[in-house]
Design a binder for this molecule. Structure first.
Ligand SMILES: Nc1ncnc2c1ncn2[C@@H]1O[C@H](COP(=O)(O)OP(=O)(O)OP(=O)(O)O)[C@@H](O)[C@H]1O
Ligand SMILES: [Mg+2]
Length: 305
């Protein structure tokens, strides 16, 4: 179990991290999300013990972490381009004090996990971007750390390698590792993470399970309803006043109702329509995205960064 609390770091006048807390339990993938310059790399670097925090505390299982307990796959690839993949891993393993059979096995296991066992003799300079990312990940987990810090592990990789990396991470999760997954891709975070911590300008804006974050939005789901008789009058004010209904409007004849919880709130909306003599031709619903959560919290879009 990783617990980092109230981390702070300035570089001269620049407050890179002002107050960031993040935790990850065994078998949990926690997303650290934020735009460029939000302080994500500085945060993981403090957790990894590479940057000394100005304030705050990092604990693994209740005590200051030992080097062996943490693995970091850095945002800037840390690989020796001229060496074969296997030799890169042997070097990283040796840095963690591995040798002999233990090193051989760790290298073999890590190569298999990231799906590079068949290309282990090839020079890194001949690897594709996706293969390099996967090797970078392998280097971070050679010493079998309890906590894995992944700083933008999918930047610059093709969709196939990205899926392979996701599978690798899910395999590590299944082994009970605690993972911190840094990204500015909301879709990735949504797909992969059990919990998320959203940071902006060095501060935590929100954290929780995706469902909890969606509930921060005025309406977590937008339901579009095509009515059989769209010309028939409808009291939008009354509908908006119903419990669980956050917004109600008509757009091009389609009724759009924003609700907090689909299962709980939609039956009431449909019942209300029936009671007012409306029947529905078609219903569709769309879930709000984490992107909209970020927009609401910061007033800015992640994608504009
Ligand atoms: N060693 C350093 N010296 C001075 N400023 C730094 C240093 N490291 C980071 N910063 C600054 O701290 C802020 C946070 O940077 P950081 O790399 O942590 O952000 P990030 O969220 O990882 O961004 P990105 O998505 O671009 O990787 C930035 O303004 C950056 O310029
Ligand atoms: Mg970064």
């Amino acid at each position: 179990m990783l617990e980092a609390s109230h981390l702070k770091k300035s570089f001269g006048e620049l407050k890179a991290v002002e107050d960031v807390s993040i935790s990850a339990g065994p078998g949990e993938i926690v997303g650290l999300l934020g735009p460029n310059g939000a302080g994500k790399t500085t945060t993981v670097s403090m957790i990894a013990g590479l940057t000394v925090p100005d304030a705050g505390e990092v604990l693994v299982n209740g005590a200051p972490p030992r080097k062996q307990q943490i693995g970091l796959a850095p945002q800037d690839l840390a690989l020796y381009e001229e060496l074969p993949a296997r030799e890169n891993l042997r070097l990283f393993g040796a840095l963690y004090g591995l040798g002999g059979r233990a090193l051989d096995e760790a290298v073999k296991g890590a190569l298999e996990l990231v799906g590079l066992a068949g290309r282990a003799g090839g020079r890194v300079s001949h690897y594709s971007g996706g293969m390099k990312r996967r090797l970078n990940l392998a280097a971070a987990l050679l010493h079998d750390p309890q906590v894995l810090l992944l700083d933008e592990p999918t930047v610059g990789v093709d969709p196939q390698s990205r899926n392979a990396i996701f599978e690798n991470l899910l395999a590590l999760k299944a082994r009970g590792k605690s993972l911190i997954y840094t990204t500015h891709y909301m879709e990735e975070a949504e797909r992969l993470c059990d919990r998320l911590t959203i940071v902006d300008q060095g501060k935590v804006m929100a954290s929780g399970a995706p469902d909890e974050l969606y509930r921060l939005l005025p309406a977590a789901n937008l339901v579009s309803i095509d009515l059989e008789t769209p010309e028939r009058p409808l009291d939008l004010g009354e509908l908006s006043g119903k419990e669980g209904v956050r917004t109600a409007e008509r757009v091009n004849g389609v009724l759009k109702v924003g609700v907090t919880d689909l299962a709980r709130d939609v039956p009431g909306v449909l019942g209300w329509l029936t009671a007012h003599g409306h029947s529905c031709r078609h219903i569709a619903s769309e879930r709000a995205s984490l992107e909209s959560v970020f927009l609401m919290l910061t007033g800015r879009s992640l994608r504009d960064q």
